[in-house]
Design a protein around this ligand. Structure first.
Ligand code: SAH
Length: 255
């Protein structure tokens, strides 16, 4: 590595664990974060039976990270203030086939983390992330691994991702001034408006709605969505809903 990593950028990186099972893994995640100057840990829906003693033991000198963790009821709340939200998955397949490797993802993350919070989301040890959780993600990360056994231990997966960010932060050059990136919370409001538009305009059948929504999410997160972009897309959906309502009213009122 040619330079010291930019610690301020790494402070904007949040590691989100969704319903982790083993306290030991949570502790090892804290240790991996600590090795890479990543400090922000969020846990979604922590399990009441979590072995926090184990977590403490395995965190070694990263107990501060463990103690400073934030807890949330839902993934949407845990990432609401983040621009880039990257879900990690060992599985390939539908919606996951456009995955980035951690190395490909690192420069994308660095650019957003210059001045925004970003999140890397990790799933349960037994079941990973659900499709509805992956839907909230702007990017999917898949760590290349043996075809014979693709699934890494949770804390190892966090380590590989944090290491790539740490390395990338060492040679990151800030970009030119640009429009503000949209937060997850704003993006989700836009997707709600598009969902309503698809229903009101009868664009698709009920059974196909979620499938269409996933397609839209992938299209709209392929590039970086700025606040002005989201406002245009939201305005378009709201106008279409309005026109569709007017049209239906006219049809009903016409003799
Ligand atoms: N059986 C689960 C694996 C869970 S492993 C499944 O099929 O999804 C726990 C978590 O570690 C995963 O949810 C993911 O966040 C991360 N992980 C494990 N292996 C990974 C890989 N090869 N690429 C990306 N993330 C991985």
């Amino acid at each position: 590595m040619d330079k010291e990593p930019n610690i301020a950028i790494l402070e904007n990186v949040r590691i989100v664990l969704v319903e982790p099972i083993f306290g030991g893994n949570i502790g090892s995640v804290c240790r991996a974060m600590n090795n890479n100057d990543v400090t922000d840990l969020a846990i979604v829906n922590p399990r009441p039976e979590t072995d926090w003693d184990d977590a403490r033991k395995l965190s070694c000198n990263a107990q501060a990270q463990l103690d400073a963790r934030k807890e949330f009821h839902t993934l949407a709340e845990a990432v609401a203030d983040c621009t880039v939200v990257a879900g990690t998955s060992a599985r390939t397949g539908f919606y996951r086939d456009t995955a980035y490797s951690p190395r490909e993802f690192a420069p994308i993350a660095m650019e957003s983390a210059q001045d925004h919070k970003i999140a890397l989301v990790f799933g349960r040890e037994d079941k990973g992330l659900a499709n509805e959780e992956l839907a909230l993600c702007t990017h999917i990360i898949q760590i290349p691994s043996s075809k014979r056994y693709t699934s890494l231990n949770l804390s190892h997966a966090v380590m590989v991702c944090c290491y790539e960010l740490f390395t990338a932060a060492g040679h990151f050059q800030p970009a030119e001034e640009k429009a503000e990136e949209a937060s997850s919370e704003l993006r989700e409001r836009m997707f709600d408006a598009w969902r309503e538009m698809m229903i009101k305009t009868e664009f698709t059948h009920d059974q196909k709605l979620e499938h269409m929504m996933m397609g839209l999410r992938r299209i709209f997160t392929r590039g970086k969505l700025t606040i002005p972009d989201v406002k245009i897309l939201m305005g378009l959906a709201r106008q279409s809903i309005w026109v569709s309502n007017q049209w239906k009213k006219q049809l009903k009122d016409s003799p």
